[in-house]
Write a protein that binds this ligand. Structure first.
Ligand code: ACO
Length: 443
């Protein structure tokens, strides 16, 4: 369990406040990361720490994913993502690994697949929810709303008390999220909903629900299915990022799994997080329509008029390992499809030019996961508005793994940060007749 990973060393940190020295324990993680444990800081000193954006704050101990931003390493449960990709580890296998902590045996994988197949349909009443959304409703809004609404159809899983209940809830969410996502797209296009096909694999089934017609089955190539599985696998978890932390924060109130991951979807939506992949495509289109002038775009970023979308990362201060794999996958996919994508050419020129520029190198701004993922999604004919939805499907096992870890840890502590208050000090209440407009000094 988690506590075994959290090792308190004999090392301590010392804090001197107004002449008094306080000893703070130092915690060492399994990859030798060090943290000063301030659990008792406020109680003992009356002070809190100030860390806007939480860049220096460890919010929990976790055994799921390890990121080393300096070396560009990403491990799921100890396995480097490059190794998982090289062995063609599927998205489903990765989901199991993240949630349950070990690679599934053949039987476990088969059983999990069966669970996903058994759960791929939506309750017919839930299908009617889609009719209530306007046809131009954003698919992320539909996704988060319908995932949350799933809780109404599974009231027995709102209070999870056993491992079996968790397993059933997790399988439902992972399976149904792809049906909801595909139907959100069909709704936006005014197309009939395609029911899932139990004969297909997870990724085939998603593409089938997206692109088949009642009179014509869409059959993806093995390369397309593999690229999609890799895309999902590489998005499956990334430790305490904004959406994951949101899920853990909501879980800390003992909210149910459906509500917690629905909140994760909302947090992912923003353009500084999961919305960045669509922003990258829009940026590349913008450069193309402006005549392909990459250099002047970069100059605008250096003048801080814009940000280069798909560049920079809070944690990675060298190349994002996911970007490396996706760059190759984008090439491979386009090659097998026999198509060239002008946007990929622009992306490559942009990356090369930026990475040779002092502004970007000195700030350690490299292409991140979103930079190449959009090219892959485009090659799969996924519309730009669906890009963050694709990210959300991929991230679902990670959110569920973190929810499960927090639930199992038995730590029932609600997440509740403090603040430094900079507002008005206590003042007397003003009756209505005596109030003045702003700027009216009353003289
Ligand atoms: N383009 C140009 N300049 C940038 C960029 C960028 N993409 N990102 C950061 N900078 C600059 C900042 O202006 C700042 O410059 P300064 O030191 O002169 O003030 C410096 O680099 C540091 O920037 P911060 O905002 O402090 O970096 P932070 O770690 O907080 O932000 C973030 C990380 C949000 C990812 C940022 O790099 C960004 O906005 N990138 C573009 C959006 C994006 O691609 N998001 C996806 C992230 S990956 C994911 O969520 C899966």
């Amino acid at each position: 369990m988690l506590k075994e990973h959290k090792e308190v060393t004999t090392k301590s940190a010392y804090l001197i406040l107004d002449g008094t020295t306080f000893e703070l324990p130092v915690i060492v993680g399994s990859e030798d990361e060090h943290a000063i444990d301030i659990t008792n800081l406020r109680r003992e000193t009356g002070h809190i720490t100030y860390d806007p954006g939480y860049a220096n704050t460890g919010s929990c101990a976790s055994a799921i994913t390890f990121v080393n931003g300096e070396e560009g390493a990403l491990h799921y449960r100890g396995y480097p993502i490059e190794d998982i990709a090289e062995h063609n580890g599927s998205f489903i296998e990765t989901a199991w690994l993240l949630i349950f902590g070990k690679l599934p045996t053949r039987e476990e994988r088969q059983e999990f697949r069966q669970q996903l197949t058994d759960n791929e349909l939506l309750h017919e009443d839930l299908r009617h929810h889609f009719e209530g959304f306007p046809s131009n409703g954003h698919p992320m809004a539909i996704l988060s709303a319908v995932v949350n609404a799933m809780g109404c159809y599974h009231p027995d899983l709102l209070e999870i008390e056993t491992e079996d209940e968790f397993y059933r809830a997790a399988a439902k969410v992972i399976s149904k999220v792809r049906t909801i996502a595909a139907w959100a797209y069909r709704k936006s296009q005014g197309l009939p909903f395609m029911y899932p096909n139990p004969e297909l694999t997870y990724c085939q089934n998603f593409l089938h629900m997206m692109f088949s017609e009642p009179y014509r089955e869409y059959v993806p190539t093995p390369e397309e299915t593999r690229a999609l599985s890799l895309f999902f696998m590489l998005h499956a978890d990334h430790e305490q990022n904004c959406s994951c932390s949101t899920v853990r924060m909501v879980q800390s109130t003992q909210a149910n799994l459906f509500a917690s991951v629905s909140a994760g979807i909302c947090a992912l939506w923003g353009r500084l997080h999961g919305g960045a992949n669509s922003a990258v495509l829009n940026m590349l289109e913008d450069i193309r329509s402006g005549g392909g002038d990459v250099k002047s775009y970069i100059e605008r970023a250096k003048r801080k008029e814009i940000r280069l979308m798909g560049f920079g990362h809070r944690v990675y201060k060298s190349f994002d390992p996911r970007a490396k794999l996706l760059r190759k996958a984008a090439y491979d996919l386009l090659e097998t499809k026999g198509t060239q994508d002008e946007l990929l050419e622009i992306a490559l020129e942009l990356a090369e030019t930026a990475m040779a520029d002092e502004y970007f190198t000195s700030r350690k701004l490299y292409p991140n996961v979103d930079f190449y993922s959009g090219i892959i999604l485009r090659a799969l004919n996924i519309p730009v508005a669906m890009f963050p939805v694709m990210f959300a499907i991929g991230r679902m096992p990670g959110w569920i793994a973190h929810w499960y870890e927090a639930w199992r840890s038995g730590v029932e502590k609600i997440h509740r940060p403090r603040q430094i208050y900079l507002g008005e000090r206590r003042r007397p209440y003003i009756p209505m007749d005596e109030r003045k407009k702003d700027g009216d000094c009353g003289c």
